[in-house]
Design a protein around this ligand. Structure first.
Ligand SMILES: [Cu+2]
Length: 461
């Protein structure tokens, strides 16, 4: 039974009980849980002063013994339990009907998810005989929680609606692209910051849109307040370093070059100054679209979305300033993953919206520097995938998930049929818990021919 509850809880996190239903089995009286928890805690079992205890493992409760867990009423709460002492333990919240699997090996772990659907103080315990008496009991306090202070740092997140102007039927032209490289303290999540390195103060940098045959002059200025040399390598450029060989600019200096866009396609650009992986991770990437002759077919909505990773000494979810960790980068173990620069970019800050019946196009790229994305929109099927950003070959059709390599891109299109919230993810879904999610809100009339709910659709989903 416990195994079943755990499996249901995980399924609830990944898929939402709107789809999966069984999450309700874990708490028959409660509301369904949603795809992403509102708040996550990690507790580690330990022995302290001769007692068995839970110790906060991350974030604001780090190091506290049997910490108070404070959550808002109605929040979907995830608690991860890590076995720190090697004895058999579990995690139970009897007032919410929650009881995890038993875990016994040192560093084994389990997870429970539930909705804190009533106000008040409740207990969390280890339900093994004698363990409460030995000290494994703490409080969860539901209600009246002050929201995390909003960071006042610069919002570096890129607005996904800033996609430039379609080229249409015009002939070749010349363009000037101005890029300014900066190093700025930006908002990472609620109450946390990071020193981003950017093109034009956003992550990703500007979406550049030209036509095949166009001649483009890139003027790149490195801010005088920078501490690093920066540069730019366009994957759309045929020439030394994609431009990086002629744009290594010291702080306060500028570099320039001109190229002809020979191949249509959707291309990544990025800084290419050592350590290149660090410059990219810190935010120095963007995309350039080279439209084919005659332009792309018109659609109703276009969005610009890029995936990236941050490697920090501090753990994901901690408040305060986060600092780069070279060690974690070399191990390819990111703490944070995001669409469009930070944790809130496409879930809270920028609202991507389409109406039922509209055609949506997403220009999707991976800055990386390291992870390949399994790009997927939950509840939608890509009608067309311009695989690898290839705009010449006929697109793939009716695709669920498409792989996008680091330093690569794809263009996907689909028609919306049913209103709701559609979640953009990398289907390597552990990454959702590192911040990698975006929402597409589809508004309009129900379409019961295509989808009919037989229970209430969770408004938070
Ligand atoms: Cu750089």
């Amino acid at each position: 039974m416990k195994t079943k509850l755990l499996r249901n809880a995980i399924a609830a996190v990944l898929f939402g009980s709107v789809v999966m239903g069984p999450a309700q089995a874990a708490h028959p009286d409660g509301e369904a849980v949603t795809y992403r928890p509102d708040v996550t805690f990690t507790l580690r079992t330990d022995i302290a002063d001769g007692r068995l205890v839970f110790v906060g493992d991350k974030g604001d409760i780090k190091g506290q013994i049997n910490p108070d867990l404070k959550v808002e009423e109605g929040a979907v709460v995830q608690i991860n339990l890590v076995n720190g002492d090697g004895a058999i333990h579990d995690l139970a919240l009897p007032e919410f009907g929650v009881d995890s699997d038993n875990i016994s090996g040192k560093n084994s772990s389990t997870t429970v998810v539930f909705r804190a659907d009533k106000n008040g103080e409740f207990k969390y315990i280890c339900s093994l005989p004698g363990h409460v008496a030995a000290g494994m009991i703490g409080k969860i306090i539901v209600g009246d929680v002050k929201p995390e202070p909003k960071s006042t740092a610069l919002d570096i997140s890129k607005n996904p609606m800033e996609v430039g102007t379609p080229v249409g039927k015009r002939g070749p032209q010349t363009h000037k692209v101005n890029l300014k490289t900066t190093e700025v303290i930006g908002q990472l999540g609620d109450g946390s910051t990071y020193k981003y390195w950017t093109f034009n103060n956003t992550v990703p940098g500007p979406f550049i849109r030209v036509r095949v045959g166009d001649t483009v002059t890139v003027d790149m200025a490195n801010d005088k307040d920078s501490s690093m040399i920066h540069s730019v390598d366009f994957h759309a450029v045929t020439g030394p370093g994609g431009g990086a060989a002629v744009t290594q600019a010291a702080p306060g200096t500028s570099k320039s070059f001109t190229f002809k866009a020979l191949n249509p396609g959707l291309y990544v650009y990025h800084c290419a100054t050592p350590s290149v992986a660090q410059h990219i991770s810190n935010g120095m990437y963007g995309m350039i679209l080279v439209e084919p002759e005659g332009g792309l077919p018109p659609v109703d909505r276009e969005f610009y979305v890029m995936q990236g990773e941050l490697y920090t000494a501090q753990r994901h979810g901690e408040t305060g300033h986060h600092e780069f960790s070279r060690e974690k980068m070399m191990d390819e173990k990111p703490e944070h993953m995001s669409f469009n620069g930070n944790m809130n970019a496409l879930t809270k800050t920028h609202r991507m919206e389409a109406k039922v019946g509209e055609t949506v196009r997403i220009f999707f790229g991976v800055g990386g520097p390291n992870a390949t994305s399994s790009f997927h929109v939950i509840g939608e099927i890509f009608d067309r995938v311009y695989n690898q950003g290839d705009l010449i070959s006929p697109p793939m059709q009716s695709v669920q998930t498409t792989t996008v390599p680091a330093g690569g891109a794809t263009m996907v299109e689909f028609k919306t049929e049913v209103p709701g919230k559609y979640i953009l993810v990398d289907h390597a879904l552990a990454r959702v818990e590192k911040g990698l999610a975006g929402l597409l809100h589809v508004v309009g009339d129900e379409n019961h021919d295509v989808f009919e709910a037989h229970s209430a659709v969770d408004p938070n989903h």
